[in-house]
Design a protein around this ligand. Structure first.
Ligand SMILES: NC(=O)c1ccc[n+]([C@@H]2O[C@H](COP(=O)([O-])OP(=O)(O)OC[C@H]3O[C@@H](n4cnc5c(N)ncnc54)[C@H](O)[C@@H]3O)[C@@H](O)[C@H]2O)c1
Ligand SMILES: N[C@@H](CCO)C(=O)O
Length: 421
């Protein structure tokens, strides 16, 4: 009982670097400021005014933090008990015990993770976009260096793995893993369409676009696939409509009146957000009897449902597990099993700039990695600001590597080349 909290007390203080001060980074800073045994040591983001304001709104006084982009000045200030406000992400990757990536930028996340691994800093990443693109390679580098690379508790992939581990530990055979879709699904959504809604909800319009056009759900399920070896049943998954009480009946094989071709798959569903679920079976009549007696459902398949995910508010749990227990919450243990590939949102023209995740040009769908490789399909996460179209691509078509001119200088592209395809 109280295992994590007790281990943390024995360990002492954990210093944390946070990168990004959007909704996730700013709430994490605020929360850590009030938690025992955590020092929110460094906050980095692109605009220093925003970083300073985030410190102040999190409850810091102006003399509690120093503004600097000089790592040696930062080191000295930390010795004198100050926190650091910076625009240099590398300071946040190098100096604390653990860095939490709250940017959502695949290239920045990749650079931060590489520097953290070199600096022996553990990595907790909310940047599922980056993890889906190069997580398997970065995890192998982190393993070699003895550094923990993990996704966060509280985001849906981490919450799904919690259910998966729970069922596996009890000996159930897990059949399907998935999540509720929190936002409506509109593959053609653009940041312009969603800007008013985004502002009202305190979200970045591009982030909201990636939620609504489905890319975020796909990258999240991508992380689950790479952690477990599960795959999407079809390109992009089916999308079910269900309720918390009927998950196991509604999400099942085609031969049993539903839509799946096989188990060992991930999917998403309307009607159960913000929850996540796992469907499993027992392979024993006695255990089926007990599950029915416990009102979990009706044999042969039973669904376990977690009705909430508290995003960055659960991140401290992953920080403790990474730093104190050297354990990950979710990581790509199975390598690259699935990929989130780019599909044209509109007719795209040769020479035009291609906008990546949450932009006007493409949305992401989940595909089995073997198909992505066979068809040379483009992972959406390697599109950077400098990516251009090498030829026209029709609306609805999956982009291939031949369709684009990538920014070969970008770390995300270089690391993806090392990961393979
Ligand atoms: N918003 C959510 O509901 C939610 C939930 C779970 C997970 N996430 C994940 O958390 C991450 C952050 O989400 P958010 O909604 O806070 O995003 P956001 O876009 O609101 O904030 C991102 C922050 O990172 C900064 N940033 C971006 N690129 C940077 C760079 N190159 N260098 C330094 N700073 C940079 C931005 O300036 C901004 O402050 C994403 O990976 C997202 O998928 C978000
Ligand atoms: N990941 C969410 C956003 C909040 O976690 C979505 O699918 O829309």
């Amino acid at each position: 009982m109280f295992y994590l909290q007790n281990r943390l007390k024995e360990y002492g203080n954990i210093s944390v670097g946070i990168i990004g001060c959007g909704i996730m980074g700013s709430s994490l800073l605020t929360q850590l400021k009030g938690l025992q045994n955590f020092t929110p040591l460094i906050l980095s983001s692109r605009r220093i005014e925003k970083v300073k304001n985030t410190f102040i709104s999190a409850g810091f006084t102006e003399d509690e933090f120093l503004v600097t982009d000089d790592i040696e000045v930062a080191r000295e200030a930390i010795k004198n008990g100050k926190s650091i406000a910076t625009t240099d992400n590398m300071i946040a990757a190098e100096l604390p015990d653990v860095v939490v990536d709250c940017t959502g930028d695949t290239n920045a996340g990749c650079e931060v993770t590489l520097r953290a691994i070199e600096s022996n800093t553990h990595i907790v990443s909310l940047n599922v976009e980056m993890d889906a693109t190069v997580g398997p390679y970065l995890k192998s580098l982190a393993d070699e260096a003895g550094v923990v690379y993990t996704g966060s508790a509280g985001d849906e992939p981490g919450a799904i793995i919690e259910l998966y581990e729970f069922l596996n530990t009890m000996g159930f055979e897990v059949l399907v893993l998935g999540k509720g879709k929190n936002n409506k699904l509109d593959r053609s959504a653009t940041p312009e369409d969603l800007s008013e809604e985004a502002i009202n909800r305190g979200l970045n319009p591009r982030m909201l676009t990636s939620f609504v056009d489905g890319t975020n759900t796909m990258t999240e399920l991508n992380a689950v696939c790479n952690a477990t070896g599960f795959v999407p049943d079809i390109r992009g998954c089916h999308s079910f409509t269900t309720t918390p009480k009927t998950i196991a009946q509604d999400i099942d094989l085609e031969s049993r009146g539903s839509k799946l071709n096989s188990y060992g798959t991930v999917d998403f569903s309307m009607g159960i957000a913000p929850g996540v679920f796992a469907i499993a079976k027992a392979n024993s009549e006695i255990i089926d009897n007990e599950m029915e007696y416990l009102s979990v459902g009706k044999r042969p398949n039973f669904a376990i449902y977690r009705p909430y995910h508290l995003t960055s508010l659960e991140t401290p749990i992953s920080i403790i597990r990474a730093v104190v227990l050297k354990d990950s919450t979710i990581a790509p243990y199975k390598g690259s099993v699935a990929e989130t590939i780019a599909i044209a949102k509109k007719d795209l023209k040769k020479g035009e700039k291609l906008e990546g995740i949450g932009g006007n040009s493409v949305y992401g769908v989940l595909e089995k990695a073997e198909i992505q490789r066979r068809e040379n399909l483009l992972p959406i996460g390697i599109i950077t600001e400098k990516t251009k179209l090498a030829r026209d691509v029709e609306i609805g078509k999956a982009l291939t590597y031949e369709d684009v001119i990538l920014d070969e200088e970008a770390s995300i592209v270089k690391i993806r080349r090392l990961q393979g395809n």
